[in-house]
Ligand binder design. Structure first.
Ligand SMILES: [Fe+2]
Length: 368
């Protein structure tokens, strides 16, 4: 038996952001509005969006400047502010960190539990979330997952549950057009990892492969023109592909790349997409003998060669690092990384090749 899970409503296309107030009124009159540091303001969308919400008579609590990579203290701070306001839902416009923060806060409010009580259990209640991505990569607008950092133990963990899946996802590519090159590259590679990991995961099905393959193909053909060539049609395609890659992992989960990248972020603060990009060629090499022939042939044909080598070439074209030593100064404690990566059993057991502890060790060593 298989189940497919998507946001209830998916609105996409240029100018689809104009639908936001219409979608919001279906959930109530009062919303907290989460957004990031400045890109929304720089692009001019911030005032435009707030004006449109105002025209529909919606009451809005603006919480801007949400920091990247949410941690427990920053989420607690958001929780206090939102709880006092008592909204009908949360509108989250930003990258994965903004959308994940909205998911966590909405679950904490609706369940009246703390983050540790929610950890490891299916989350069944949350305030309605309307998610609007401004990056093309994390796919958080399409998933039932949120990542949070616990600074006390320098580790990241996943919260999950169907209530975390946004009720509405609005994918307006124009909102991603002002991303910096480094954010576009890091989030673009994250999306490619989602699509490839979903495609090669143990939980993949013919249905999830439709989304994953489409996303791999679009990302492969459009990441360089979008980011290096500054092509608007390619940026638009990348934006949709990142969403489909999010849908794919929502229904299959990610695998070894994400299990191994999480501690690189938690302990050494390596940006999520950058860490994934460094790991992707080694992951493909490691799994290659276990990838079904038709899937391997598909990747070889699309990429025009042996996938691990072609992905390395792509990283270089995007000016992304290919080794950990390029992003971490000083000693790297591989054993601690291995211990933390092992805890992501949900992802490790989903890897197509059965993963042993020593394999994780050697893979980190390979990308030092
Ligand atoms: Fe990711």
């Amino acid at each position: 038996m298989a189940l497919l899970e998507l946001p209830q409503r998916i609105i996409y296309g240029l100018d689809s952001i104009n639908q936001l107030p219409v979608e919001a009124v279906a959930f109530g009159k009062k919303f907290s509005f989460f957004c990031g540091e400045s890109s929304l303001k720089r692009s001019g969308f911030f005032n435009k969006i707030l004006d449109s919400l105002d025209k529909y008579g919606l009451e809005i609590q603006v919480i801007s400047g949400i920091t990247p990579e949410p941690d427990i203290p920053s989420v607690d701070d958001l929780l206090n502010r939102v709880k006092n306001y008592n909204p009908d839902g949360i509108i989250a416009i930003g990258g994965g960190s903004v959308i994940d923060s909205a998911k966590i806060v909405s679950a904490l409010i609706a369940t009246n539990k703390n983050i540790f009580e929610l950890r490891g259990k299916e989350i069944e209640e949350a305030l309605p979330i309307i998610a609007v991505p401004t990056t093309a990569g994390t796919g958080s607008e399409a998933t039932r997952f949120a990542v949070v950092t616990d600074p006390e133990i320098r580790d990241k963990f996943l919260l999950f549950g169907k209530a975390l899946l946004p009720k509405v996802a609005i994918v307006d590519p124009e909102l991603t057009f002002t991303m910096s090159v480094i954010i576009a590259s890091a989030t673009g590679i994250d999306a490619l990892c989602h699509a490839i990991e979903s495609f090669l995961s143990r939980s993949s099905t013919p249905y999830t492969d439709i989304w994953a393959k489409e996303a791999i193909e679009i990302l492969w053909n459009n990441l360089v023109p979008a980011i290096i060539g500054n092509s608007s049609p390619s940026k638009e395609k990348v934006s949709y592909a990142a969403f489909w890659a999010g849908v794919a992992i929502n229904n299959t989960k990610t695998t070894l790349v994400h299990a191994m990248s999480r501690p690189l972020g938690g302990i050494y603060n390596v940006i999520h997409g950058i860490a994934n990009g460094i790991l992707l060629p080694a992951y493909l090499r490691y799994n290659a003998p276990f990838i079904p022939h038709e899937k391997m042939n598909y990747l070889k044909y699309l990429m025009g060669g042996y996938p691990p080598e072609k992905v390395e070439e792509l990283l270089e074209k995007l000016n992304l690092p290919t080794r950990l030593s390029q992003v971490i100064r000083g000693e790297i404690d591989i054993q601690i990384l291995v211990n933390k990566a092992k805890e992501a059993q949900m992802n490790i057991s989903n890897n197509i090749r059965q993963v042993k502890e020593e394999d994780i060790y050697y893979l980190y060593e390979e990308v030092l």
